[in-house]
Design a protein around this ligand. Structure first.
Ligand code: BGC
Length: 737
């Protein structure tokens, strides 16, 4: 290859193509001529038979243009699958892998080579605008679910791009923020998710993130992209920058960030010149090129695959619906309010999102889907009778306000959500008299480029709260129940509505089959078995990163310090006794289960230990249970969480009275903590507590085992240190906490 060809290959072919600029100047990819609407592509070098490969967003489904110029005879819609947080709530890797298989088929049949998914950044703070794309607050759960979807997608012979590597946990100042975080928190939480996912699925590519990490852009960090990812973890695919990520193209090449996207001519010229002036060794460029080509030869583009442009959208919708219902979490169910009682026929549906559910979030995680099923349709199909007058009031209101908002929004900006329809009191009391049940859907969207606003997106606004109270009081006065459906992008405040709820279903953003899947849960066709992948705090101030989000100075933050260290989510609530509203791992069912007879293969862990537990459906309907295994390690030289998720398993559908024995395997390496002073993973000698339960708090069985000798599991490189000292939680004095 000539130098020009090499430089053209490592710089994306997106130059000259239109980019969507978000306010704040960051972009999401929107180029590509082969498949319109994709995020970008690489250069073709025809002389050498190197095809252009197509990269497309995003995590909830293929993001391409549904319509094409000069082609009015057909459409190119893609399936909107449930978002990452919902998939993680299923705690069912086998199911998520099946979603991946369907998703990957769409990738392939629409002519795409690499899908820019999954997003696996840890839920550090509920206000992160992209949390919906991401999986969980815990690296084991997030890592395992991510590997499941990657394996499913890649089984089709197309690639994935696990993103955003690493510590990209907010959207405020997303392309300039300096994330300051300790080596230990990085290793134990933020890097670990990627490590677990990569080890179990080998994604074709890894996407570096926009942020700086301890002072340097991730795309420019050799220690991150080469030393950790390739030398320590033995990763063999290529690394692609986020769109416009990093600033120094030569440094990116040197770091091992092989492909720079979306790419422009000036970047190609600068690499050619750098080689000419000896500031970039051509052997480095050769290595970048080689890693890209090793993937190119695996792509459908290289084998000349004749894609159909006609994936089986109907079959994929069925999987989207199944997965959506499996990941919904029943948060409350007073006096068996749900499933909907046989006597209920007419249902009063409140809330804009009952009629226009939010399928997925916005930005590159958005999908151009053919439809989103409303809750009205879902309930009607299930044999219920949603009140027609309310439908006639809500539907035109939302359509009208959405159109007005769109018209009033400056080009390039995103319109805000339609304001919640405020009904007159007379209508509410008439419905309370006439209908058998009230369902109130609370809708919250968010997306790329913005964090969620505490006052209006995380919390409910006053008018919403007042309306909820009116509806609840009206229905309760008539002896009727009120069910809440949370159609939300991330954790919200529970103040202001929870006390009015007889039952609550957390539906997250369930994809295009939203209404049908919610109706499956409401009707009892599907017994809820989802569990929280992330904690709901009592109040926002109880979030361990609340004081350090989104960083300083306020307004346009330049840096964010992760002072909470490893104490994110349940690790924090547990250790510092801050009671959550709904804890990690929590979720109810329409049946009940016993979890008993915990047995350990040995009382001493030498190499491996296996454990079994028996789960029995003790209730009246069939259901599935998720059993979570937490381990508390002995505290010797460093502070540790009280317990950490080390294994989990979900039962099959158990009929009433039926049992299943679940097996868990533990190795000494799974129990190690990262000691920054020696840069090593160490499993301390001592007694380990095994807590087996159905949430982090609802522990059903306990046992202990011991490790006779302290084990140094792995010695890593001393890298990625913060440039400033961080006063981390757990390292402070008691008073500071
Ligand atoms: C996002 C990525 C996305 C890329 C291409 C960026 O702005 O952060 O997640 O894959 O755009 O659209």
């Amino acid at each position: 290859m000539t130098l020009e060809e090499k430089a053209a290959l490592v710089i994306g072919a997106g130059y000259g193509a239109p980019q969507t600029l978000l306010p704040g100047g960051t972009m999401i990819g929107n180029s590509g001529t082969k498949v319109p609407g994709t995020a970008g592509s690489t250069a073709a070098i025809a002389r050498l038979g190197i095809p252009s490969i197509v990269l497309s967003d995003g995590p909830a489904g293929v993001r391409i243009n549904p319509y094409r110029k000069g082609d009015s005879t057909r459409t190119y819609f893609a399936t909107a699958f449930p978002v990452g947080t919902l998939l993680a709530s299923s705690w069912d890797p086998a199911l998520v892998e099946r979603v991946g298989v369907a998703f990957g088929n769409e990738v392939k049949e629409y002519g795409i080579d690499i899908i820019l998914a999954p997003g696996v950044n840890i839920h550090r703070n509920p206000l992160n605008g992209r949390n919906f794309e991401y999986y969980a607050e815990d690296p084991l759960l997030a890592g395992r679910m991510a590997s499941a979807i990657i394996n499913g997608i890649q089984a089709n012979g197309v690639g994935t791009s696990i993103k955003h590597f690493v510590a990209n946990n907010q959207e405020s100042s997303r392309s300039t923020i300096n994330t300051i975080v300790s080596e230990r928190a990085l290793r134990e939480l933020y890097l670990k998710t990627f490590r677990i996912a990569i080890a179990a699925s080998n994604p074709w590519t890894v996407m570096s993130s926009y942020n700086k990490l301890n002072g340097t852009y991730t795309a420019e960090r050799h220690d991150l992209i080469t030393t950790i990812l390739r030398d320590e973890w033995k990763y063999t695919g290529f690394v692609v920058s986020d769109w416009g990520g990093g600033r120094d193209w030569v440094a990116e090449m040197q770091a091992g960030n092989d492909l720079i996207m979306p790419g422009n001519k000036a970047q190609i010229a600068s690499l050619i010149s750098a080689v000419g002036h000896d500031s970039l060794d051509v052997r480095i460029l050769d290595a970048n090129v080689a890693r890209i080509l090793h993937i190119v030869v695996k792509t459908p583009a290289f084998s000349g695959y004749k894609y159909s442009d006609r994936p089986d959208l109907k079959a994929h919708a069925a999987i989207a619906r199944e997965a959506a219902a499996e990941g919904m979490v029943l948060l409350k169910n007073k006096d068996n309010t749900l499933p909907i009682q046989k006597t209920v026929k007419t249902i009063a549906l409140f809330g804009n999102s009952s009629y226009f559910p939010i399928a997925v979030g916005t930005g590159s995680g958005e999908v151009n889907k053919a439809y989103v099923t409303s809750l009205t349709k879902g309930l009607r199909d299930a044999g219920y009778n949603p009140d027609a007058e309310l439908e006639k009031t809500y539907v035109p209101f939302v359509k009208d306000t959405t159109a007005k908002l769109l018209a009033a929004t400056p080009k390039g900006n995103r319109p805000g959500p339609s304001p919640e329809l405020i009904l007159d009191a007379g209508l509410i009391s008439r419905k309370a008299a006439a209908c058998d049940l009230a369902i109130i859907t609370i809708g919250r969207n968010s997306g790329e480029g913005f964090d969620r606003k505490l006052e209006t997106n995380y919390a409910l606004i006053t008018a919403e709260k007042e309306q909820i109270k009116k509806i609840a009081d009206g229905f309760h006065a008539k002896g009727k129940k009120v069910v809440f459906v949370l159609n939300i992008a991330g954790v919200i405040d529970t103040e202001g509505w929870e006390k009015y709820a007889d039952a609550v279903i957390l539906a997250w953003q369930p994809g295009q089959e939203a209404g049908s899947a919610i109706a499956d849960i409401l009707s009892g066709k599907v017994n809820p078995s989802g569990k929280l992948p992330t904690t709901f705090p009592v109040r926002y101030a109880d979030v361990s990163s609340a004081k350090n989000f989104p960083g300083t100075p306020s307004g346009i933050p330049e840096q964010v310090i992760y002072e909470e260290g490893i104490y994110v989510g349940y690790r924090y609530h547990d250790r510092f006794q801050v009671k959550p509203k709904y804890e990690f791992g929590y979720g109810l069912s329409y049946t009940s289960f016993s979890v008993e007879a915990l047995k350990l293969s040995s009382m001493v862990l030498n190499g491996k230990l296996s454990m079994t537990v028996k789960v029995t459906n003790t209730g009246k309907v069939a259901g599935k249970e998720v059993v979570q295994l937490y381990v508390g390690a002995p505290v010797k030289s460093i502070d540790k969480p009280l317990q950490e998720l080390r294994a989990f398993a979900k039962t099959q559908l158990l009929q009433p009275g039926a049992s299943e024995v679940l097996t868990f395997e533990l190795a000494a390496a799974d129990l190690a903590s990262y000691h920054s002073d020696s840069s090593s993973w160490i499993t301390d000698a001592g007694v380990y507590a095994v807590n087996v339960g159905t949430s982090v708090q609802n522990i059903r069985e306990k046992a202990t085992f011991s490790i006779p000798k302290t084990l140094i599991i792995e010695k890593d490189h001393k890298i990625l240190q913060p440039q400033v000292s961080i006063l981390e939680l757990g390292l402070r004095t008691k008073e500071d906490k």
